[in-house]
Design a protein around this ligand. Structure first.
Ligand SMILES: Nc1nc2c(ncn2[C@@H]2O[C@H](COP(=O)(O)OP(=O)(O)OP(=O)(O)O)[C@@H](O)[C@H]2O)c(=O)[nH]1
Ligand SMILES: [Mg+2]
Length: 242
């Protein structure tokens, strides 16, 4: 009797997190996927997480911000449907780097790639973000609620700066601002530490990439890859880590 063919779900679409080292890309992904804030080590190369979103499979790529891995960035961005440009709200330099070092990596992304600008570590600059997460680790509540304004750091990048960057990104891409998603809805301030805005960020983007999945499907791409026909099967680009 013939064995049933093994099928591996192939991601329908790719989302990439880009940004300088230490801005919190890995922490944001941990917060979303594992519902917690935990210790991280600086990312080497890249890694992806597969998210089932309704009937769709979405791969979310976490990349390394360290300069030495810069060359890999454009490879990770290849055919991306969305790119999350991440900075640290307490670091002006991390904001500057997005345009100077990371934006050009997105040249390999889809022509209709969606961009989000994300200012992480909002808990360090915003008392609302510090005390906003209902899922914060048990036992930490009293300490968190006792934060005083003196524990806040100076915010170096404002939402207006993020929106200005978003518009420059559209300009770089040669896109008409009026035909694109508005800056107000594509700039987020988040905290991987408290969870502030993290679900909103990822789930807004998941919804926005669905049309891209449907378009791809319409163009006739298969959503599965046959593991038992290695010589003829099309390899999934998202299946390897550097
Ligand atoms: N206060 C605060 N600290 C954060 C937050 N997100 C990340 N961090 C801390 O910032 C440091 C860097 O976080 P990572 O998530 O490893 O940063 P990354 O962007 O993945 O860095 P690379 O992998 O080197 O590119 C760690 O010490 C985190 O604990 C946040 O929202 N708030
Ligand atoms: Mg990382």
């Amino acid at each position: 009797m013939a064995e049933p063919t093994k099928k591996l779900k192939k991601p329908d679409v790719k989302i990439v997190l880009l940004g300088d080292m230490n801005v919190g890309k890995t922490s944001l992904l941990h917060r979303y996927t594992e519902r917690k804030f935990k210790d991280t080590v600086s990312t080497v190369g890249g890694a992806f997480f597969l998210k089932q979103w309704g009937p769709y499979n979405i791969s979310i790529w976490d990349t390394a911000g360290r300069e030495q891995f810069h060359g890999l960035g454009s490879m990770y961005c290849r055919s991306a449907a969305a790119v999350i440009l991440t900075y640290d709200t307490t670091s002006w330099q991390s904001y500057v780097e997005l345009e100077e070092r990371f934006l050009s990596l997105t040249d390999t992304a889809n022509a209709d790639c969606i961009f989000a600008i994300v200012g992480n570590k909002a808990d360090l600059t915003d008392s609302h973000a510090q005390a906003s997460n209902p899922e914060e680790e048990e036992g930490t509540e009293p300490a968190r609620l006792s934060f005083s304004s003196s524990s806040l750091q100076r915010k170096q990048v404002n939402k207006e700066d993020a929106m200005a960057l978003y518009r420059r990104v559209l300009h770089y891409k040669g896109l008409d601002e009026k035909a694109c998603l508005p800056a107000e809805s594509m700039c987020f301030e988040t905290s991987a530490k408290t969870g502030y805005n993290v679900d909103v960020l990822f789930e807004t983007i998941f919804d926005l990439v669905v049309p891209s999945i449907l378009k791809k499907r319409k163009e006739g791409e298969s959503s599965t890859v046959d593991l038992e026909a290695p010589s003829t099967a099309k390899r999934t680009k998202a299946g390897c880590c550097a």
